[in-house]
Design a protein around this ligand. Structure first.
Ligand code: PLP
Length: 479
């Protein structure tokens, strides 16, 4: 191995080979010893910052030294999303083949903008997304596009909906205009915060966002939506878009998509379905009923990086009207003008270059196959129901929302506790501080609610048993 780094050119090829093998071994060891590591980083805030030099090294350092600092500095600052006892937020994880996809995508380093600069990405992406469309049971007229996150997919969807109103906003903008009605976007009280951010960014403002109430199962009240649209229309406002959710973030509740689609159709309102989390479960035949009506949406977002064992990031937006998406975003500068009659990926979004993300999803779908992916999601849902059963049977605990997919909302309710909110917050913090598991929380009907999400490709029944024992033991010590 060369000791000093060269002043020109890349790393010597024999070094690349050697360190490349070392890194793959490191990753393999990491996956194997995952369970011995604390789920949440035990670092205090700023610990990493304080340990790092204030400026870059003037001369190159040896890679062994750099790599050594991954163990010394970086690893202690990592919260292990891949850990089977990561149950907070949504438990998401990468498969090993997903890592291979990222390695190769980094090696190609293509910026998919024009077909010419990246035929592989331009042609693989629609094929892989059509496979996924078929697996989820969506009709043929949905076309998929990959973006980084659901937040960005949804931003593109609402931008499309705005363009569809033909208010010349692309040319004239919205500021200083007196000829525009108040544009309205509807979602439920349980909708993800990315909708709020999209309306902020699109110049609609939070004033445009109407939060429709939910029923006792946290599902959008379709009748209230119908009335809100009717009232807005009679007030001269312009309904722009409804965002309905299959699998809300707090509880994985499912809005009545079929009824919402009726309302949208009758009023010519764009329907976007946020299935960022639960969309992956549409591949499981017995869950199809939860998605009834989504095939009538104008756009749908789902995140293979959430629950399809694909490393972050990879979010899919399915749209019905691909031309509308193109009309919304296409802008071809002279230096990007080409003569081929082909799709150019830069025409379908705000980014010019795109990462070659479809490669890792192609790996995942081929390696596991439809049956393998279905079996894994089904197993996660079984484990969540098993855990919910333990909660329901225990005198000191209760569930707080129906278990639709693989998330359990619950809390401790031992008799004689004056402030269950404070108790549950302490319980969660104690479990998280132990390093053995990570849970997060939400507020449901003003009650502090623990959330346990099951979604790691490495999770087994014994992991659920472990966190259940831990919860019970910790509760005893708190009482
Ligand atoms: C996770 C989630 C999002 C946001 O996902 P990102 O990809 O991180 O932007 C949006 N909506 C729902 C329902 C989610 O669960």
């Amino acid at each position: 191995m060369s000791e000093s780094t060269p002043l020109t050119g890349d790393m010597p090829k024999e070094d690349f080979r050697r360190f490349g093998h070392e890194i793959v071994d490191w990753i393999a060891d990491y996956f194997e010893r995952m369970e011995t590591l604390p789920v949440l980083s035990q670092n205090a805030p700023h610990a990493l910052t304080d340990a790092l030099p204030k400026s870059a090294p003037p001369e190159g350092e040896s890679f062994s030294q750099i790599f050594g600092d991954v163990d010394n500095l970086i690893l202690p600052a990592v919260t292990h999303w891949n850990h089977p006892n990561f149950h907070g937020l949504f438990s998401t994880s990468t498969s090993s083949v997903g890592v291979f996809g990222e390695m190769l995508a980094a090696a190609f380093d293509m910026k998919a903008m024009l077909w010419r600069t990246s035929p592989a990405s331009t042609e693989l992406e629609p094929v892989v997304l059509d496979w996924l469309r078929q697996m989820t049971g969506l009709p043929e007229d949905f076309h998929g596009l990959i973006y980084d996150t659901a937040s960005i997919s949804t931003l593109h969807a609402i931008a499309m909906a705005r363009e569809r109103l033909n208010l010349k906003i692309r040319e004239n903008g919205m500021s200083g205009r007196t000829d525009l009605p108040l544009l309205r976007v509807y979602c439920s009280e349980q909708t993800h915060s990315s909708i709020d951010k999209a309306v902020i960014l699109l110049g609609l403002g939070r004033k445009s966002l109407v939060k429709i109430p939910v029923n006792e199962r946290f599902e959008m009240d379709a009748e209230a939506l119908r009335e809100a649209i009717r009232d807005d229309l009679s007030a001269g406002h312009a309904p722009l878009c409804v965002v309905a959710t299959v699998g809300t973030t707090s509880t994985t509740s499912v809005d009545p998509i079929d009824r919402i689609a009726d309302i949208c159709r009758r009023n010519h309102v764009f329907l976007h379905v946020d299935a960022a989390y639960a969309g992956s479960a549409a591949i499981v035949p017995e869950f199809q009923s939860y998605f009834k009506g989504w095939e009538r949406a104008d756009s749908i977002v789902m995140n293979p990086h959430k629950w399809l064992f694909t490393p972050f990031d990879l979010s899919v937006l399915y749209v019905r009207d691909l031309d509308l998406l193109k009309r919304t975003f296409s802008l071809v500068a002279e230096y990007l003008r080409v003569t081929e009659e082909v799709q150019n990926q830069m025409d379908y979004g705000i980014q010019l270059g795109r990462r070659f993300r479809s490669l890792k999803l192609w790996f995942v779908m081929r390696y596991f196959g439809q049956e393998g992916l279905i079996a894994r999601i089904r197993e996660h849902c079984r484990l969540a129901r098993l855990f919910a059963g333990w909660v329901d049977d225990a005198a000191d605990f209760e569930t707080l929302a129906p278990v639709k997919f693989a998330l359990v909302c619950f809390r401790a309710v031992p008799p004689g506790v004056a402030d269950p909110d404070a108790l549950n917050e302490r319980l969660m913090n104690a479990v998280n501080a132990s390093g053995a598991a990570y849970l997060s929380h939400t507020k449901l009907d003003d009650r502090f609610t623990l959330r346990l999400s099951v979604g790691s490709i490495r999770v087994e029944e014994r992991h659920l048993q472990k966190v259940w024992d831990l919860l019970n033991e910790t509760l005893k010590t708190l009482l």
